[in-house]
Write a protein that binds this ligand. Structure first.
Ligand code: AMP
Ligand code: ZN
Length: 135
């Protein structure tokens, strides 16, 4: 547990949360500033800063729970889909440095948008070549 971490404090029950799922290693609770109704955060109880720090075995369990909770939310709420978000670093919008996945339920006509640019095929091709990762 990290002393100044709000999600560690939530996992330890030191500060309240709107919990929707809990097991030995994972906790899911409602985001207090939701993008949409049912916006949920899924965290490991152990403190890891971000996607690069979390051990793969912990990540595997965490992602399985993200799927489980998302499936439950999609069935329980009147929503047609959902987004999974996971921010790493302040520049990417990470405000709590304890890894978490956002589940953001989406409904027709909600007005929620994620803006995107128009892809330049040449640049995309060059970038894909540069970034290709051998398996
Ligand atoms: P991120 O910007 O990806 O780091 O997401 C952090 C999220 O945590 C934000 O969407 C906040 O609204 C949410 N948040 C911060 N403090 C709390 C809290 N005490 N309970 C629930 N959600 C929180
Ligand atoms: Zn923490």
């Amino acid at each position: 547990m990290k002393n100044d971490c709000v999600f560690c404090a939530i996992a330890a029950g030191e500060i309240p949360s709107f919990k929707i799922y809990e097991d030995d290693s994972v906790l899911a609770f409602l985001d207090i500033n939701p993008f949409s109704e049912g916006h949920t955060l899924v965290i490991p109880k152990e403190h890891y800063k971000n996607l690069l720090e979390v051990p793969p075995a912990v990540l595997a369990v965490l992602l399985e729970r993200v799927q489980k909770v998302a499936s439950h939310i999609a069935a329980a709420l009147p929503c047609e889909g959902f987004n999974i978000l996971q921010n790493n670093g302040a520049v990417a919008g990470q405000t709590v440095n304890h890894i978490h996945f956002h589940i953001v339920p989406r409904s027709e006509g909600s007005g929620l948008t994620f803006e995107s640019g128009k892809g330049d095929m040449e640049k995309l091709g060059a970038l894909a070549s540069r970034l290709r990762l051998e398996s």
